[in-house]
Structure formats: C-alpha cells, structure tokens
Design a protein around this ligand. Structure first.
Ligand SMILES: Cc1cc2nc3c(=O)[nH]c(=O)nc-3n(C[C@H](O)[C@H](O)[C@H](O)COP(=O)(O)OP(=O)(O)OC[C@H]3O[C@@H](n4cnc5c(N)ncnc54)[C@H](O)[C@@H]3O)c2cc1C
Ligand code: FES
Length: 248
C-alpha cells in the first residue's frame, strides 16, 4: 500500500557517468513489488513536482532500499546532491510492477538507465526458480553500471561505440536468442520499444514493458501521464508503469 514517508540516506556511490546509487532507511515499513516506483523530492524542493524513480533494490531482511538515479535535469541533480544522513520525502510504492512468475525462462532487456528496476526484479525471479538472461545496452563504457557483472546471471552487454561488450544496440544480441524465452521484461528509452515492437511483434503477448512519462499526482487523478492503449486510455502511474506490449 502506498504511503508518505521519509528515507534517510545511509550510502551513496557514483556507479557510472552521472549515475548515483543511493541506499535509504525508510521511516515506516514498506512492502514494494519489483517494477514499482516512488515519487520523491528533497524536503524543501525548488520544484513543485516530485520525480518518479524505480525501486532498484529492496532488502527483505531490513526493509532498506536502493535507488539508481541518472542525472537528467535539475530535479535529479537536487535529489542526488543530498548528503549522508539527510532525508528525502517519498510517496509510494506506486504502480503495478512486473508480474511475478515461477519456473520460467525470462529475458530482461535494459536500455540505459532502464536497468534501474531490474536488480530487485531479478532477485525475486531467482527466488521463484526462474532462469534470467540480462541484455543491457548503454551508449558507452562510461555509462555502464559495472557492478552488474557479479550477479551470477547470464549478462549480454552492448555499447553503441563498441567500448565495452558487443558494438551496437542491445537488440542485436537478443536477435540470436529470441525464441528461447517464456517471458520478456523490458525497460528503456522510447526508441528501444519501437524497434522491439516492430522486430518482434510475434512476441507481443509474452513481453512486458515499463513505460516512462512525466508525472504529477502518481495515483491516476491528474491525467498527466495518460496514454492511449488498445483497451482505451490508461495512466502510466496507476495502470502501469508496466504494460503488456500487445496492449500498446
Ligand atoms: C515510473 C518511472 C520510473 C523511473 N525510474 C527511474 C530510475 O529508477 N532512475 C532514473 O534515473 N530515472 C528514472 N525515471 C526517469 C526520471 O523520473 C526522470 O529522469 C526525472 O524525472 C527527470 O527529472 P529532472 O528534473 O532531473 O529533469 P527535467 O529537467 O524534468 O528533464 C530533463 C530532460 O529529461 C526529460 N524527461 C524528464 N522526465 C522524463 C520522463 N519521465 N521520461 C522521459 N523524459 C523525461 C525532459 O523532457 C528533459 O529533456 C523514471 C521515470 C518513470 C516514469
Ligand atoms: S501522474 Fe497524475 S494521473 Fe498519472
């Protein structure tokens, strides 16, 4: 259930170019699902709107959680500039999250900061006896969140400039394996979804995509994040952010 709470910063690391990993202790117990997100801001923010950020990792034992934030503009800069033991304001967990499955072969496709929700998801999928292959693409080596190499899952890495992994975009790796999976979970820029949909329309009914839109209320009342789907208008914040590809 969504709530309003504070989170105290207990760890902060730069893990790639303009990309900060932050660990928080929440002021109340939270019970998030992989793929859900928070709306967050510093306490006395210059910005009226809070920013949506996915739950990167959740520690079931302590209730602590991690965020992975790539600095885009002033909001993410303000959030990531807080110091050790400072607090952020959170609303959430919000949204539907990824569907959880047992004993399945799953491909996870991440484009850029689309990697953010997947460590939490992969942890849960492995607990439920799923095998997971991760396809992760970035523009260049400096953008790669490196610690992903040590998770013990199959990882396929691409960079557009060829400075790490295979040169090209992440779908070039996926091409050789697309028939192998029971389910596919994807998160990344709009261009990645469009290319995926065009190339793999036959996989639409097994593919789940986490969408990004600017948000205000986060609970389906302001209509700020409305999208048109095959089943009518929906809100990315409350009906999503995860949608089946064949609904889009
Ligand atoms: C459900 C959800 C989960 C997200 N999870 C993460 C996460 O875990 N880590 C992370 O780094 N980012 C995540 N984002 C994206 C993040 O919310 C935006 O980057 C952030 O709101 C930008 O705010 P800003 O003030 O820094 O930049 P702004 O000054 O608002 O914008 C800077 C640039 O980014 C563009 N932009 C801003 N917000 C979005 C958006 N939502 N979609 C597309 N373009 C946008 C603007 O048009 C502008 O060009 C998520 C977004 C959504 C909707
Ligand atoms: S952010 Fe208000 S309806 Fe989605």
């Amino acid at each position: 259930m969504a709530g309003i709470f504070f989170g105290i910063l207990v760890e902060k690391k730069i893990v790639a170019a303009n990309t900060i990993l932050m660990k928080f202790v929440p002021s109340i117990p939270i019970f998030p699902k992989p793929g859900q997100f928070f709306l967050l801001s510093v306490k006395e923010s210059r910005h009226f709107l809070k920013r949506p950020i996915s739950i990167h990792y959740f520690y079931d034992e302590t209730g602590y959680f991690k965020l992975l934030i790539r600095i885009k503009g002033d909001g993410t800069k303000e959030i990531t500039s807080i110091k050790f033991h400072d607090e952020l304001q959170f609303i959430g967990p919000l949204g539907n999250g990824f569907p959880m499955e047992r004993n399945k072969k799953i491909a996870v496709i991440a484009g850029g900061i689309g990697i953010a929700p997947f460590p939490f998801l992969i942890k849960r999928l492995r607990k439920y006896n799923c095998s997971v292959d991760l396809y992760y693409g970035e523009a260049s080596r400096k953008d790669l969140v490196e610690y992903w190499r040590i998770t013990g899952i199959n990882s396929f890495i691409t960079t557009e400039d060829g400075s790490e992994g295979r040169k090209g975009n992440i779908l070039s790796y996926f091409d050789c394996n697309e028939k192998k999976y029971d389910l596919i979970y994807a998160c990344g820029p709009e261009g990645m979804y469009k290319a995926f949909k065009k190339r793999y329309s036959e996989l639409s009914d097994i593919t789940y995509i986490s969408l990004e839109r600017k948000m205000a209320c986060g609970v389906g009342s302001c209509k700020g994040c409305q999208i048109k789907t095959k089943n009518g208008y929906k809100y990315v914040c409350s009906d999503g952010p995860v949608f089946r590809m064949d609904d889009l």
